[in-house]
Design a protein around this ligand. Structure first.
Ligand code: GAP
Length: 519
């Protein structure tokens, strides 16, 4: 996905116009960094969540999903370190009073990473590079730390501070004891959560990339510290090719990712343990399911100065997009940091029995940002220029609907037959019915929201029980017998057969030539 090939502003407008993703409270001018997802956006996001659940929860024996509270009391964040360290460097324009992230301004001016520079270093760069307010060229204040959490008080009389969670992970650590007991969990096991997180970003930007309210899909995998390099199912992914950029490669300015298998990366010590490599390999498979071109993503080992003090290793999944490189998944080896801190602050034992001894497990954390993944999916699949309308080439299993059912005309009994077929199809597939406007317009509307197949009931259906299927990508149509329709759609939606293969095996000729016989 080379930069400048895609017009991002144009796609953002399409996302708004089709109510896929648009600013929240739009009629009041909205709040920067908060978005609503309309019916189509919600359906597509649902599909991405289901893919994630399929691959990371249901495919595993021992990962339990929870849904935790969004508002948590102050002591949680005292213990987790967020109150003291979860901040970004803020500068303000002395003239127009606009606020900016100091590190972003320095990066935009120098072209070098600045997210790990100390306040004094950032100030030094601002002076040295004579960086001014991007809006009015006014002078900037000295940077100060700004805590990103949203604070509130609980109860009618207030007095009890609480914060909106800045990551879903904290509920998981807080619920570790209860969930492990209730589920009779034994190490290794995981707790997963999909939910909203909140960060009062100084400068939300790039549409869904840096938001103030966003959705994370996180897993905390609890592992015996001595078993961290011994994943029971490692053999299932050890041959998975991955693309890595290690710290050493970054020091040597090597930009081309190293192509290596997950097994070999652990053997060579490039990834610190099997549990971390297991998730990196599965994330590579997940990104392939999304249809992101292979050359456009890699896993980058964070530099020492980018790595949180509690983490023994971090690998981010980064994707090259028209807006530059975007981190979509963070993988961290959080060790026993969170459980130990919460145990100490809450005076609660957070251990689990392993071979009759209490253990504080270590944690591997794959943390996915749904909004960034969803946005990149829409950017990558956007198509313009080949038709009078723009459309989304979504993989069929991620499309909002698998199939649209249309009667050719609104008369002569066609709607009744079409409705009956629609009712049958929707029992197994995500189907939508449409009888409004010309058939060409209905196909165009299907394309516009990425529906991969449209089934049309016409006069021949009444004669010989055949229907047409239109393929979104080629715009071709074939005629199939209704008895074959379910099988054909299942094969196409699950990518078990190509359109060409379906044409070869299931297409029948029009009754104008024969009576619905297979070719
Ligand atoms: N529990 C670990 C954690 O929260 P993170 O790297 O801060 O780690 C994980 O966040 C993922 O959440 C990121 O890779 C990104 O996809 C998403 N994310 C973080 N901040 C975001 C924001 N302001 N807007 C949208 N997505 C964000």
């Amino acid at each position: 996905m080379p930069e400048n090939e895609i017009n991002v502003d144009e796609i953002n407008e399409v996302l708004i116009k089709r109510a896929i993703a648009f600013p929240a409270a739009e009629i009041y001018g909205g709040i920067a960094g908060i978005f609503d997802f309309g019916p189509i956006g919600t359906l597509i996001r649902q599909k991405v969540k289901e893919l994630w659940r399929n691959m990371f929860i249901w495919a595993e024996e021992n990962v339990f999903e929870i849904e935790g509270g969004l508002l948590l009391p102050e002591p949680v964040f005292k213990a987790s370190g967020h109150l003291d360290t979860f901040h970004d460097p803020l500068v303000q324009c002395e003239k127009c009073k606009s606020m900016f992230r100091a590190d972003h301004l320095v990066e935009d001016t120098t072209g070098e990473r600045a997210d790990s520079l100390a306040l004094e270093e950032l100030w030094g760069k601002i002076i040295e590079q004579e960086i001014k307010c991007p809006k009015c060229k006014g002078s900037l204040t000295e940077p100060r730390q700004f805590n990103l959490m949203f604070e509130t008080e609980v109860g009618a009389t207030g007095g009890k501070k609480a914060y909106l969670r800045p990551e879903t992970a904290q509920n998981i650590f807080l619920d570790f004891r209860r969930v492990s007991h209730a589920m009779r969990a034994t190490l290794p096991f995981g707790i997963a959560q999909i939910g909203r997180s909140f960060r009062n970003e100084i400068a939300p930007r790039n549409y869904l990339v840096r938001m103030r309210e966003f959705t994370q899909m996180e897993i905390e995998m609890f592992v015996h510290p001595e078993q961290i390099n011994n994943h029971p199912y490692f053999y299932m992914i050890e041959d998975q090719p991955i693309r890595l950029i290690t710290r050493k490669m970054q020091a040597e300015q090597e930009k081309e990712p190293l192509e290596i298998t997950a097994g070999e990366a652990v053997k060579q010590g490039l990834i610190p343990n099997q549990f971390m490599a297991y998730y990196i390999a599965k994330e590579a498979q997940f990104v392939e399911e999304l249809g992101i071109p292979r050359d456009n993503y890699w896993f980058r080992e964070l530099l020492e100065e980018e790595t949180a003090h509690y983490s023994a290793a971090n690998f981010d999944l980064e994707i090259q997009t028209p807006m530059g490189v975007i981190e979509c998944i963070g993988n961290a080896y959080r060790q026993d940091y969170d459980l130990s801190k919460h145990s100490k602050h809450s005076k609660t034992k957070l251990t689990i029995q392993y071979e009759n001894k209490p253990v504080v497990p270590h944690v591997i954390e794959p943390s996915f940002g749904l909004d960034r993944i969803f946005y990149i999916l829409m950017l990558v699949t956007y198509q313009a220029g080949d038709r009078k309308w723009s459309w989304f080439k979504l993989p069929p299993y991620l499309a909002p609907y698998h199939v649209k059912v249309c009667p050719l005309q609104k008369k002569d009994g066609l709607p009744e037959v079409a409705r009956e077929l629609f009712e049958e199809l929707r029992e197994e597939l995500d189907a939508i019915y449409d009888q409004t406007g010309s058939i060409g317009k209905r196909y165009a509307r299907a394309d516009e929201i990425g529906i991969p197949f449209s089934v049309t009931i016409d006069y021949e259906t009444l004669e010989n029980e055949t229907v047409t299927i239109r393929d979104r990508d080629s715009t071709e149509q074939i005629r199939v017998h209704v008895d074959d329709l379910f099988e054909v759609l299942h094969l196409l939606i699950n990518a078990d057969a190509t359109w060409e293969e379906i044409k070869g095996s299931f297409a029948v000729e029009s009754s104008k030539k024969s009576k619905g016989k297979r070719k």
